[in-house]
Design a protein around this ligand. Sequence first.
Ligand code: GLN
Length: 246
Amino acid sequence: MTEIPATSGVVAAPSQRRDAILSPDFGAAERGAEAALRVGVLALQGDFREHRAMFARLGAITSEVRNPADLETVDALAIPGGESTTIGKLMRHFDLVAPIRARAAAGMPVLGTCAGLITLATGIAEGDQPVLGLIDIVARRNAFGRQVHSFEADVDMPVVGPPPVRAVFIRAPWIDSAGPGVEILASYQGHAVAAREGRVLVTAFHPELTGDTRVHDAFLAMVRVASSRAEATGPSAGTPAQEVVS
Ligand code: GLN
């Protein structure tokens, strides 16, 4: 008997459902691999529960990261939306800055949304709060205006395919400038709002607050690649020196 891994909440796309009926094993291997991925969500402040729920829907094992020991148990890290100054302070307080940088340098994929994008940037426009510097972008905080704190818009993000994502912006930043190694994945009103460099993926909006799992799914695909490479060639293989452009 084929054992089907627990994938509670995974809804097959319509085109996949027919295959699933034809073949009960459809997707089992792929989802089995995905279920083995352990994604930690930085749980110091912000909407970390929503990120956990998204990854759980996609079959990943999730956990909350609050200290360096928690970080050691995960294959990837998501930094949620919230307040980047608070997240930054708490990261320092709990001695997480150096361990996160070290894991990222060794190839751990990292996702950041909204405040998470700011936390991961190399710089902040008109500000000097400490940042992790893991993606070569300058973020502008509250860039879409303090008056309009929150809005939604359809944003094209070709990397996750059509249709556009329904992007939720809450006191959102945008990306003021980006280094040559950064791929801009989405823009809104002429401003970059999603980007990737190496194994770091950021969005200025909050995919975790919608029912659309495609951004998290794209991140899991990055984690799957990183994990399979690390497994194939041993611990040092996680270093994405060639993948990450400085
Ligand atoms: N404006 C917030 C900051 O600077 C981010 C807002 C959010 O994550 N929704 O950290």
